[in-house]
Design a binder for this molecule. Structure first.
Ligand code: ATP
Ligand code: MG
Length: 138
């Protein structure tokens, strides 16, 4: 059964010119792009999006980073999309990411790690609704 997930190409990867290469990996991975947009977000918006991490020591640094430049956000669809995107992304810390994963290829550090992907059906639903209106999803 087909499933939707939410993804962001983070500011580090957009700055370095990796947007196209990361989109190519996503399409090669069999994902349909249901919606896509490029925008800059405020620190407040980043805090709302990452609210689950508000107690973590890296929260302020993470939300500064996510609001530091343009990002590309997407809704992606395929069977098992949530788990399959996490696999394609690789480990949070690129030093631990498997060969061939997006983070292994394009991430610079545990914080500036190139891509976000939802981690569960509930978070995917929240994250899609946080950034996209229903009429924007193809
Ligand atoms: P994401 O939610 O962005 O897909 P993830 O699920 O692999 O990544 P989380 O544990 O949810 O990782 O952390 C969210 C983000 O916070 C990470 O992607 C990374 O940018 C940042 N982060 C996580 N751990 C650290 C850390 N120890 N130091 C600095 N930043 C971190
Ligand atoms: Mg996460």
């Amino acid at each position: 059964m087909s499933e939707r997930t939410f993804s962001i190409i983070k500011p580090d990867a957009v700055r370095k010119g990796y947007t196209g290469a990361i989109l190519a990996e996503i399409e090669k991975g069999g994902f349909q792009i249901c919606a896509i947009k490029k925008l800059s977000i405020s620190k407040k918006q980043a805090e709302g999006f990452y609210a689950v991490h508000s107690a973590r020591p890296f929260f302020s640094s993470l939300t500064d980073f996510m609001s530091s430049g343009p990002i590309v956000m997407m809704v992606l669809e395929k069977g098992n999309a949530i788990a399959d995107l996490r696999k394609l992304m690789g480990a949070t810390n690129p030093a631990n990411a498997e060969e061939g994963t997006i983070r292994k290829q394009f991430a610079g550090s545990i914080e500036e790690n190139a891509i976000h992907g939802s981690d569960a059906p509930e978070t995917a639903a929240f994250e899609i609704g946080y950034w996209f209106a229903g009429y924007e999803l193809v």
